[in-house]
Every structure is written in structure tokens, then in C-alpha cells.
Design a protein. Structure first.
Lengths: 330, 268
């Protein structure tokens, strides 16, 4: 008995050792690149949705001048400009629009997956140079964009579902495994975004039973963010209950979003709820590309599913390759 | 087709070094630590004494005071405010000491971590209203009222007003710590109107407050209040009026305000 106990004590790794093995195991894990490729494609579309209206329409050009340029050239405030934009000629509409055009071209390359990480870098640098000029008109969407592009830059995001793969292997789908940790960082970042946002909301009684979960009913009347601030009042009280239920779903979903990091089985529920909520935001509110940018993170939740889905096109001929070598699937 | 491949090849000796997995693990751990530390909830932009006087904040304090009292700890809204302000000040001071090296890293890689969206409803929102008079008529003519389609789309394009960057600037007119933002935004709209119509005399910007309808108090009176008004006269002088001050100020516009460094400012 005593001998057995001693043996167990000496062979069971300590807590630190177990944590270290777990952590290094995650970092060493390799997986099919379909999930991070889908993040790249979705993010490319989100960047296009964000910048194309600026560069392709007259009103867009006016917005860029108003928000990001000096008051001498259409801006609402004096902007000295960061060294980045001064390098290109200063906080002027033609400079900002030129940089955003470059971002749009880079985003198109991201969608088709050409030139590896270079378009991601170009999109990250150009959008950052423009949007940093005036943080008064910047919000969560820009922060999300910066984070997404930085994390994508760390990944081999054009390994599969890309023209790069087609040029390299003759097929659009290349199941060669890539490092899994960049995708996991994307997932952790998404969980932090939602969970912290939810926790911050708890300071307001309107998101709690203290004020009857009245938050969304009131927020939907905001002249700044609601597409139609009069909608709620026009419905004559019909929206009280649905808005309260949606407030409950929103706060619970946000605060507990971190669960997707712990238990994979919850991911579909959180993802479907998230898509439904972001569609609701897109319909009822004007918050820029925030919803599209958030949803572009979602494929990071489904690495094995994405790999299995695209595997059918990866091996139409020849012997069936071994299962995708995914060692950990967080 | 990856232009980084030559760079990656050049890095191969480093990436194949037996210590590289440990170095990478450390770097990723530091990044995660930075993200978590900086993302921790903190009222980074919320410690604004003026903003705390707004009904949106005061009603929150009253709600928490009522709840504390109901739980057997009698408190007034003022006591809740003092307690909350003190705790938050201490938390921010501590946080500042902890997060500064991480913030430098996150700033360098453009991965900011201020996640607060619709933290609470603005129960008394102020909407920006732009109107003007012409040389032929001294009657106020509406150009636009935020939240409604513009009355003169040829002067202010609907897509311009719908854009969230413009809405953010208009939001800052009422919430910004910088009292001058309202004047700057008003001035920009004034320049737009005058560039598109020659006969514009005065440009009038107003912040009009109106309580939102509370779902459980639908019959509450919700009158419009002009909180702030700025008239830009054709001769360059301005007249400003605030709800909290009975006196009207007439002043001639002096030299333009100094340029502000890029990236400055804040969003509640």
C-alpha cells in the first residue's frame, strides 16, 4: 500500500508540469488550415464592406474627409496627422482615400488567397494609418479589425482554400497541416471581446432585473445608433417583452461566451445565437462593420468541422490520406 | 506565392533552434497576458465628472442606491457616487501601474483591448439638429435632425448622415470630454452648407435632449429641451446658449483652435 502510494507520487507529474505539457501541446498542435482560411476570407469581405463605400462613393469620400482629415480640407477638427500619414502626404482626403483603396485591393487578395500574408499586412497598415487619425470617430469595430489582422498575420492563412494553394499544388484545397495556435488565439480573442463587453454591461441596471432588462428597449431609441429611433415608440409598447427577452439573451450570451473555450459542445449554440444577434444589430442599428468583423472570427470555433467539410474535395482521386492530424481541438 | 517565404527561410536557423518552442511559448503567453490584463473591465474613458452629472449616470446611481437600501444598507445616490468614484479611481491607478508595458506592446501591434459597447442606455440622449436662415428669409429652415432623413439631401447627403463615423462625431458633440467638439462639428457643417448654397445667412446647431420612453413608464412626459445652441453668423461671429446658463454669449470668432494631435480624444 505504502509502496503503491510512493510510486503514484513519483510518477504523477506536478500541476505545473501538467500545465506546461498542456500548453506546449496546444502550441505544437497542427491542423487542417480550412478554419483559419475561412476567417481570412470572411475578414477580407468585412474589410471590403468597410472600405469600399468610402472609396467608391461621393458620400464616402466626404465621410473620410470629415472624419479623418484636417479641417482645412473638409475635416471637422484640426488634425496634425501621425508620422504614418505624414509620410504619404498628410491627413488629406486624397491620401486617406489612396490608402483605403490599397486596403480594398489587399482585402480582395485576402478573399482569393493570393500572395500569402502580404495582403493582410497591407490591409493592417493602411487601415490603421487612416483610422488612427481621429479616435473620436473610432470604436470597437476598428479595435476588432486591428486584432483580427494582427492574428491573421501570425497564421499560414493561405495554406488552403486559396489561389496560393492552387498555384502551389494544382488544387484549391491543400490539407497539409499548419500550426493551430494562431487560430486558437483568434478564438481566445473573440471570447475576451464578448465576455468583457458583457461584464462591463453589468454596471448598468438596465441590463439587469433591477430595471426590468429594459436596456435594448431604451438603446433602440438612441438617435445616434438606432436606424429608426422612433420605431420602438411607434410599436406602442408591443416591443416591451421581446426587447426584455433579447436583453436577457444578450447579457447571458456575452457574459458566458468564454464557455466556448472550455466546452466545444456549446460552440454551435453560441455561434448561432451570435449570428442571429448580429443580424438583429445590422437591421436595427448603425454601428459600421462591427457585426461583420465579429462574425468573421466565428469559423475559428469550427476547425474539425471545416476540415471535414472540405476534405471531400481534397481527395477525389488516389488513396485516402490519413485523418487530419489535429492533436488538440480547442 | 508568399512573399514572406524568403524571410521565413532566413529565419529557419532560429525557428529550428531547440529553444525556439520555449521562446515562442513565452511570447504567446506574454501576448495573452497583455490581452487579458488590458481587457479587464475598467472605466478608462468614463472618469469624467461632467458626464457623471448626466441623467443617464445619475439614474444608474439612484437605482443602485435603492437596491443597496433594499438589501439593508441604506445609501443615497451621492454616497453610491462617492464610493463608486473612489473605488474606480483606485482601480484605475492600480491598473495603470500593471498594464503600461502591455499597452505599449498592444499599441505597437495595433491590438487595442477596450471592449465596451452599449454599456448602458443613454436615457436622456441629445440629438444634433442643424438648421439655417437665408438672406431672403429669417425663418429657421431645418437641414437635418439626427435620426431622421435629412430635410435637404442636396445639402447633406443621407448616406453621409447614416455613416457611423459621422454619427460618432455627432455623438461626441454631446458626450465628449472636449467641450469644443460641438463647436468644431457645427463649424464643419456650417462650411458644408455655405459651400453648397450662396444665400445662407446664419447656421444654427442645436443639441436637443429628450428622454427615451421607459418600457414600464410609457406615459411619462418627455418634452424636448434645447441643451445647447450655437449660431454661426455670416460675418464670422458666433452666439452660444446653454441650458445650464441663462446668459447668451456673443463673441466674434478668433483665430482657429490649435490643431489636436492625431489619435487624441475619447469615446464614452
Amino acid at each position: 500500500m505504502s509502496e503503491a502510494t510512493t510510486t503514484t507520487t513519483t510518477t504523477t507529474p506536478g500541476r505545473w508540469r501538467r500545465f506546461r505539457d498542456w500548453y506546449f501541446g496546444h502550441l505544437a498542435a497542427r491542423e487542417d488550415g480550412a478554419a483559419i482560411a475561412l476567417v481570412r476570407i470572411a475578414l477580407g469581405f468585412a474589410v471590403l464592406l468597410l472600405v469600399v463605400p468610402f472609396v467608391a462613393t461621393e458620400a464616402g469620400a466626404e465621410i473620410v474627409a470629415f472624419a479623418f482629415c484636417d479641417d482645412d480640407v473638409g475635416g471637422y477638427r484640426g488634425i496634425v496627422g501621425t508620422p504614418g500619414i505624414r509620410f504619404f502626404g498628410g491627413a488629406r482626403p486624397e491620401v486617406a482615400l489612396g490608402l483605403l483603396t490599397a486596403a480594398a485591393i489587399a482585402a480582395a487578395f485576402m478573399v482569393v488567397g493570393l500572395f500569402g500574408r502580404l495582403p493582410v499586412l497591407v490591409a493592417a497598415v493602411t487601415t490603421h494609418i487612416v483610422f488612427i487619425q481621429n479616435s473620436d470617430v473610432s470604436g470597437g469595430g476598428d479595435a476588432l479589425l486591428g486584432n483580427a489582422l494582427f492574428l491573421l498575420l501570425l497564421s499560414n492563412c493561405t495554406q488552403t482554400l486559396s489561389l496560393d494553394a492552387r498555384l502551389r499544388t494544382g488544387r484549391f484545397i491543400d490539407p497539409t497541416p499548419i500550426a493551430a495556435w494562431p487560430r486558437k488565439l483568434v478564438l481566445v480573442q473573440l471570447a475576451i471581446v464578448y465576455t468583457v463587453t458583457g461584464v462591463q454591461k453589468l454596471v448598468s441596471s438596465a441590463w439587469t432585473p433591477l430595471d426590468g432588462f429594459s436596456a435594448l428597449y431604451q438603446i433602440l431609441q438612441s438617435p445616434q445608433w438606432a436606424r429608426d429611433p422612433d420605431l420602438v415608440v411607434w410599436t406602442g409598447g408591443w416591443l416591451v417583452l421581446p426587447a426584455a427577452l433579447l436583453s436577457i439573451v444578450t447579457i447571458v450570451w456575452e457574459v458566458f461566451f468564454f464557455v466556448v473555450l472550455i466546452d466545444r459542445s456549446w460552440r454551435w449554440l453560441f455561434a448561432v445565437t451570435g449570428v442571429a444577434m448580429h443580424i438583429g444589430i445590422l437591421v436595427l442599428m448603425e454601428v459600421g462593420a462591427f457585426s461583420w468583423l465579429s462574425m468573421s472570427f466565428y469559423p475559428a470555433m469550427f476547425a474539425p468541422e471545416a476540415a471535414a467539410f472540405f476534405a471531400r474535395w481534397a481527395r477525389p482521386t488516389g488513396p485516402t490520406p490519413a485523418a487530419t492530424p489535429t492533436t488538440t481541438t480547442t | 506565392m508568399d512573399p514572406f517565404r524568403p524571410f521565413t527561410r532566413w529565419l529557419q536557423p532560429l525557428l529550428q533552434h531547440p529553444r525556439w518552442p520555449s521562446v515562442r511559448a513565452l511570447l504567446i503567453a506574454l501576448h495573452l497576458l497583455a490581452v487579458v490584463a488590458v481587457a479587464c473591465p475598467a472605466p478608462v474613458r468614463g472618469m469624467n465628472a461632467e458626464a457623471w452629472k448626466r441623467p443617464a449616470v445619475q439614474e444608474e446611481l439612484q437605482a443602485w442606491a435603492r437596491r443597496a437600501t433594499a438589501l439593508g444598507h441604506p445609501m443615497t445616490a451621492k454616497e453610491v457616487q462617492d464610493l463608486s468614484w473612489g473605488v474606480q479611481e483606485r482601480w484605475l491607478a492600480l491598473r495603470k501601474k500593471v498594464v503600461w508595458p502591455f499597452q505599449a506592446w498592444l499599441k505597437a501591434v495595433n491590438a487595442p483591448q477596450g471592449w465596451y459597447m452599449f454599456t448602458g442606455p443613454d436615457r436622456d440622449p441629445q440629438r444634433f439638429v442643424l438648421s439655417f436662415t437665408t438672406t431672403s428669409s429669417s425663418t429657421d429652415e431645418l437641414a437635418f435632425e439626427l435620426g431622421r432623413p435629412p430635410a435637404h439631401p442636396e445639402l447633406i447627403h443621407p448616406d453621409f448622415l447614416d455613416d457611423h463615423r459621422v454619427r460618432r462625431a455627432l455623438f461626441q458633440s454631446s458626450w465628449s470630454r472636449n467641450d469644443n467638439t460641438f463647436r468644431l462639428v457645427c463649424g464643419a457643417f456650417g462650411r458644408k452648407l455655405r459651400a453648397r448654397r450662396d444665400d445662407i445667412d446664419n447656421v444654427v446647431c442645436r443639441l436637443v435632449a429628450r428622454r427615451v420612453e421607459h418600457p414600464y413608464r410609457p406615459r411619462e412626459e418627455r418634452p424636448d429641451r434645447v441643451v445647447r445652441e450655437l449660431i454661426l453668423h455670416k460675418d464670422g461671429s458666433t452666439t452660444e446658449h446653454r441650458e445650464d446658463s441663462d446668459t447668451k454669449k456673443q463673441k466674434t470668432t478668433k483665430k482657429p483652435a490649435p490643431k489636436t494631435p492625431a489619435g487624441s480624444g475619447g469615446t464614452p
